[in-house]
Design a protein around this ligand. Structure first.
Ligand code: PGA
Length: 253
């Protein structure tokens, strides 16, 4: 699926103060020109730093994304941020359904579907995250779990111009462990099939499928070469500009 190009997305999670975010965004922006053709770079800073990170990447090809959004456009929702607010801040993407939201905030597929729909409503590209737990992997249910999450979390009618899906095995996030290449290939194949079933052949084939979970410069090349892997969602390694840019360089290698 190299014809889809690659999206390399950095999920900064809840890390860094404003000075750190400004420096990191500026360093990514400074190196972005060296990214291979067809490789898009996206940074997803904490909401508190979106505006200053947006300023630091202004005029470059680096894109800005949120880490979560509320399903409503506005209202009495203390502490939340709407997709429309993210769009207004210059975001092009928003991560929804990350396992740290699904687990830590009890978000299920139905809510993730509504958040992804809110992103589409606001003109943002949702990156819908799915992934099995270690128990589901050990009991041979990884593909089945992920396909079910795709069917229940992805709004129908979307296509690759307005949607991305990320496979993030819960046990691989922040652990330094990754599935084998064959395991990644099998899950991405199941995700592709689920998307084709939901959206139809052409639309289902047009959606970028990202892999996330302990992606580093040292393993990026082989992971990004796997069939149906069209990018990476990077956590820890996205906090160092050199590592993040190294992953992007691997996408074109
Ligand atoms: P990690 O996180 O790269 O630190 O494993 C990935 C993610 O949670 O998006």
């Amino acid at each position: 699926m190299a014809e889809l190009g690659y999206l390399i997305a950095g999920n900064w999670k809840m890390n860094g103060l404003s000075g750190d975010a400004k420096a990191l965004a500026a360093a990514v922006a400074a190196g972005a020109g060296a990214a291979p053709a067809g490789v898009d770079l996206l940074i997803c800073p904490p909401a508190a730093h979106l505006a200053l990170a947006g300023d630091a990447i202004a005029g470059t090809a680096v894109r800005l994304g949120g880490q979560d959004c509320h399903e409503a456009a506005g209202g009495a929702f203390t502490g939340d941020i709407s997709a429309e607010m993210l769009k207004d801040l210059g975001c092009s993407h928003v991560i929804v359904g990350h396992s740290e939201r699904r687990d830590g905030h009890a978000e299920g597929d139905a809510l993730v579907w509504r958040k992804a729909s809110a992103a589409l409503r606001a003109g943002l590209i949702p990156i819908v995250c799915v992934g099995e737990t270690e128990q589901e992997r050990l009991s041979g249910k990884a593909e089945e779990t992920v396909a079910r999450q795709v069917r229940a979390s992805v709004p129908d009618g979307a296509d690759g111009t307005c949607l991305a899906v990320a496979y993030e095995p819960v046990w691989a996030i922040g652990s330094g462990r990754t599935p084998t290449n064959d395991e990644i290939a099998a899950v991405h194949k199941a995700m592709r099939a689920a998307l084709v079933g939901l959206l139809g052949d052409a639309k289902g084939a047009s959606v970028k499928l990202l892999y996330g979970g302990s992606v580093k410069p040292g393993n990026a090349k082989e992971i990004l070469a796997i069939h149906n892997v069209n990018g990476a969602l990077v956590g820890g390694a996205s906090l160092k500009a050199a590592d993040f840019l190294g992953i992007a360089a691997a996408a074109g290698a």
